[in-house]
Design a protein around this ligand. Structure first.
Ligand code: NAD
Length: 483
């Protein structure tokens, strides 16, 4: 591995700035890679992933102190490969200059939008999907003809190390550079004058990152978190809703940005939901502590935070049901069983903060209008899930709530659809990527007017008041009658 590929925590701002300068110089020498060149980069990434997949999966397993290989393959490697394929397939169409309507005043000219690479994209990655959340923005950045620097999470150091090795063996460090290091490195990284910065992480750190980017007027895509609700309609079979929600909540032990954070359930069905959820979860995970399918909590700190959240709820009179199907003892383990929390109130941490772990509060509601108001009175979430076979009511939810994305009768899978934008709204984020929206996000849409030999503006040039000018003005004005 080239010595300067991985920057260690002790060499910070000037080293990072130096790497960025080198990358930007390389970009300036070849500022508009052809479709073929972009595809060649995407192919290199594709091959690198296939070559390194086992090592990457092992690394994630090690960082989590236990994460199923199948889960990493399904949620990190395969979606990246799919994304590469999708981008390659559509690149030619996306790169095409788009013809636009030319206004009358520009008679004789042609107007087009050119999609130009921005330059160097900064990518900041959280620990929960340490591969996909670095590589998926990279795919978009490459497709749009850019280069990128990736700051990995200090809480997934092994994944960062293997990612750095994989990318440095397949790309020059003027094409892509992985930066591993702690919060100080992250802080300096986000102060660099990138051409665009993609930050995936918490809303709290997102605010700091946006402030840092503002000093450089670096545009940002913020992929943040929040409390994503699931609403179960009274008419929807409660066991079916519980099964579908338990599938999503179990993934990565709830450590997913779009994990259902809490569930709004008709008051009379709360007990039935808790029972059905426990049954479904226990079917997916008949045991937890030594079950390799059930992911550990990433760190002691995160586990302590989750335990403190549960303790706080209990102290404030919540009813906490632990789902621990084979009665494992979790002493000394980083795993945490699933907890369903009922009788919740707004002053509990479980309802104040994003949970990001195996805890599921259930909130009762009386009418659908109440459930909609409950969601709308809170920060706009990253995702919203609605369970109802009735299309009209689902439309009502779509029209009357805001969220980054929605699944109806399903949870979380909107993230893997390459043909849809992904991103939050308000406190859950800004900007989009994935698929075409990713290409647009990492391109400058540059409007270009091209004038031919005929110069119509000569006829209407000053001195104002000549007969062509008067005719033209009157003609234009007549087009704008009051409606
Ligand atoms: P985090 O905000 O603590 O850290 C994210 C990244 O920011 C890390 O690489 C870290 O090194 C860096 N960082 C930390 N402090 C910084 C600072 N002061 N300045 C600059 N960079 C800094 O988030 P996390 O704990 O790694 O991840 C969990 C959060 O990420 C959750 O809120 C989750 O919802 C969110 N998330 C969002 C998405 C999405 O696509 N919207 C995906 C995954 C996770």
């Amino acid at each position: 591995m080239p010595a300067d590929t991985v920057i260690q925590p002790n060499s910070i701002h000037s080293d990072l700035q130096h790497s960025l300068n080198k990358m930007r110089n390389a970009f300036n020498k070849a500022p508009n890679p052809s479709r073929q060149e972009r595809i060649e980069r995407l192919d290199r990434l594709h091959n690198a992933l296939l070559n390194y997949k086992e090592r990457l999966i092992e690394a994630v397993d090690e960082d989590f102190n236990g994460r199923a290989h199948a889960e990493t393959l399904m949620s990190e490697i395969l979606p990246t490969l799919e994304g590469i394929r999708y981008n390659k397939k559509h690149l030619s169409k996306w790169m095409r200059q788009s013809k636009r309507h030319t206004p009358l005043i520009l008679f004789g000219s042609k107007t087009k939008v050119h999609y130009q690479p921005l330059g160097v994209i900064g990518i900041v990655v959280p620990w929960n999907f340490p591969l996909f959340l670095g590589l998926s923005p990279l795919v978009g950045a490459f497709a749009a003809g850019n280069r990128a620097m990736i700051k990995t999470s200090e809480f997934a150091p092994k994944s960062g190390e293997v990612l750095a090795e994989m990318l440095s063996n397949s790309f020059t460090n003027e094409e892509v550079l992985v930066v591993n290091g702690d919060v100080e490195v992250a802080t300096q990284f986000t102060k660099l004058p990138f051409d665009h910065l993609v930050f995936t992480g918490s809303t709290q750190v997102g605010r700091i990152v946006m402030r840092a980017a503002a000093d450089n007027l670096t545009p940002v895509t913020l992929e943040l978190g929040g409390k994503s609700p699931a609403i179960v309609h009274d008419t929807f079979p409660i066991e079916e809703a519980a099964k579908r929600i338990a599938f999503g909540k179990g993934l990565n032990a709830g450590q997913v940005c779009v994990s259902p954070d809490y569930v709004l359930v008709p008051r009379a069905k709360i007990n039935a939901f808790v029972k059905a959820f426990a049954k479904a979860f226990s079917t997916y995970y008949p045991s937890l502590k030594s079950n390799r399918d059930y992911t550990s909590i990433i760190s002691e700190r995160q586990r302590d935070r989750l335990l403190a959240t549960i303790k706080d709820a209990k102290e404030k009179d919540a009813i906490v049901t632990e789902i621990n199907p084979s009665n494992d003892n979790f002493e000394g383990s980083r795993k945490l069983p699933m907890h369903v929390v009922t009788n919740v109130s707004d002053d509990m941490r479980v309802m104040e903060e994003e949970i990001f772990g195996p805890i599921l509060p259930i909130v009762p509601y009386e009418t659908l209008g109440d459930a909609i108001s409950y969601v709308n009175e809170r920060d706009r979430p990253l995702a919203l899930y609605y369970f109802d076979w009735d299309h009209a009511r689902a439309e009502k939810i779509l029209n009357e709530t805001h969220s980054g994305g929605v699944c109806i009768n399903e949870v979380m899978t909107h993230v893997i659809v390459d043909d849809m934008p992904f991103g939050g709204v308000g406190p859950s984020g800004m900007g989009h990527y994935h698929g075409h929206e990713g290409f647009l996000n990492f391109s400058k849409a540059k409007g270009v007017v091209r004038k031919g030999k005929f110069n119509a503006s000569e006829l209407i040039a000053a001195p104002w008041g000549n007969k062509y000018f008067n005719f033209f003005l009157n003609f234009q004005l007549r087009r704008f009658r009051k409606p």
